[in-house]
Ligand binder design. Structure first.
Ligand SMILES: Cc1ncc(COP(=O)(O)O)c(C=O)c1O
Length: 490
């Protein structure tokens, strides 16, 4: 049997025994009962680690209801700005649940990142490329007609701004991270880049920067995603990347991620793995947050210029969580700014066909970090669903899990049907066709705005443009009928 994601004869364990004891769930072994692909094997990671199979993509059995265990007292004591700690923990989330082979790579990467992040030469090169290659800063655009949809009779109401990451080169926020990680890879002397992709935007961004720097690029993508994002597959190939189809499991992002990790375990010396979201083992959640935090930094500055203070509400879709974390990060320490992440409720939370990890998931380990995971009572990853390939993932970045438990951020979910309405809404009201991922955040405005008083300034992260999704939306409307949105008031 093809046993992807684990390597015989190596142990998987968290970096330090102490932190392992502190953060492991009480009622289950570290590994869970089954491996990621359903082959049953019993493990006792701590008694005989050398005998165990090294599984990167592991998950623990569901252990508790996190909302109950993390009290308001914990929330008040939480240190929101000093995370992660040196071992990559956000409270009990994060860490490094990886095979030994990768420790060396992760340590090198963490060291290189620490040396580089404030290095003036690195910053200068990165900033120049962000400006001239990516096209930053991205505008903070006042969505006047969209705002008028939510205006009260007296003309007051929320003022909605879009942070236009869709205007970046390659059409999404993903390039901020791919570009900066490519510079890190060059510093590490790596000549081969691998990446995973769901919607294809991270794959396209990575293929683009690899073309720019003359690096070999391999992108793993689920078979289902390759079909629904065929335009992006073609773009990656045009850019010179090899796109490897992953047929395992559901053929979506989670399988692509597992396959990319397997590649990395096999070729750790020459390869740098550009993880595309604030997920994965430490230091990835930290690195990706840092490189995406330009979204929030620019927003802060632009908000000051436009209305003289910070936004009142930040709204972003959450797959792995990178565009949301990028927007939120610079505002986490400001309690006056409300942070809202929007997950995919797919066909409805009760249908089980959704990808609302923070809303419905439980404590678990997936792809090298502890976080919320959508799993069954045996700790097996459940099949998830979203119309949007970039949100179709059963895990989420550990910092979002921490922000949820500490109640610093709110997480809500929007269905496929509502997202389609959001997609049409932004297209018709503002002349901006958003990515289906972004459309989830837009759709939530219909629920949020009627609950608000005064004239709050809301910033929605327009994480990407929708060209890649037009075909999916056409198919959806053909199948379910075109229930048009109500624009009567305008
Ligand atoms: C345009 C766009 N927005 C959002 C996402 C979700 O990813 P993340 O939550 O890491 O921002 C994706 C993922 O592919 C994407 O392409």
């Amino acid at each position: 049997m093809f046993v992807m994601g684990f390597v015989c004869g190596q142990s998987v364990y968290e970096k330090s025994l102490q932190s392992r004891k502190r953060f492991l769930p009480k009622s289950n072994s570290f590994y869970g009962k089954n491996n990621y692909f359903g082959k049953v094997f019993k493990t006792s990671a701590f008694k005989s680690p050398k005998k165990s199979l090294a599984v990167f993509a592991v998950q623990t059995r569901q252990v508790d209801n996190l909302g109950d265990t993390f009290s308001q007292k914990n929330a008040n004591q939480a240190n929101l700005t000093q995370v992660p700690d040196v071992n990559g923990h956000f409270g009990r989330y994060g860490g490094q649940y990886v095979p030994e082979t990768l420790f060396f790579c992760l340590e090198n990467l963490a060291k290189c990142f620490e040396e580089t992040r404030n290095d003036a030469k690195f910053r200068e090169e990165l900033n120049l490329l962000l400006k001239d290659f990516v096209g930053r800063p991205s505008p903070l655009y006042f969505a006047e007609r969209l705002s008028s949809r939510y205006a009260r009779k007296d003309g007051s109401g929320p003022r909605i701004y879009l942070k236009r990451e869709d205007l970046n080169h390659t059409g999404a926020h993903k390039i901020n991270n791919s570009l900066a990680q490519c510079l890190l890879a060059r510093k590490l002397g790596k000549k081969r880049i691998i990446a995973e992709t769901g919607a294809g935007q991270h794959g396209v961004a990575t293929a683009t920067v690899c073309a720019r720097f003359g690096l070999k690029c391999v992108v793993y993508m689920g078979a289902k995603d390759m079909k629904r994002q065929s335009l992006n597959v073609f773009r990656m190939r045009l850019l010179g990347a090899e796109v490897r189809e992953v047929t395992a499991g559901t053929g979506t992002l989670t399988n692509a991620l597992s396959e990319a990790i397997r590649d990395w375990v096999t070729y750790p010396e020459e390869t740098h793995y550009i993880v595309g979201s604030v997920s994965g083992p430490h230091p990835y959640p930290l690195i990706v947050r840092e490189f995406q935090s330009i979204i929030g930094k620019e927003t802060k500055q632009q908000a000051k210029e436009k209305w003289g203070s910070s936004p009142d509400i930040l709204l972003a879709c959450v797959g792995g969580g990178s565009n949301a974390m990028g927007l939120f990060h610079d505002f986490v320490d400001d309690p006056n700014v409300r942070l809202i992440g929007v997950e995919a409720a797919g066909e409805g939370l009760e249908s089980q066909k959704h990808a609302a990890t923070l809303t419905c998931g439980q404590l678990g380990v997936l792809h090298g970090a502890m976080s919320y995971v959508i799993q069954d009572e045996d700790g097996q990853i459940k099949e998830v669903h979203s119309i949007s390939a970039g949100l179709d993932y059963p895990g989420v970045g550990p910092e979002h899990a921490y922000l949820k438990d500490t109640r610093r951020a709110e997480y809500v979910a929007v269905t496929d049907k509502e997202a389609i309405q959001g997609f049409k809404l932004l297209s018709r009201m503002e002349g901006i066709i958003p990515a289906l991922e972004t459309a989830h955040a837009v759709a939530y405005l219909d629920k949020l705005c009627p609950t608000l008083s005064g004239n709050p300034n809301i910033v929605v992260c327009c994480s990407g443009r929708g060209d890649k999704d037009v075909h999916t939306v056409m198919e959806y409307l053909k199948e379910y009928g075109d229930n048009d949105i109500h624009l009567d008031d305008l």
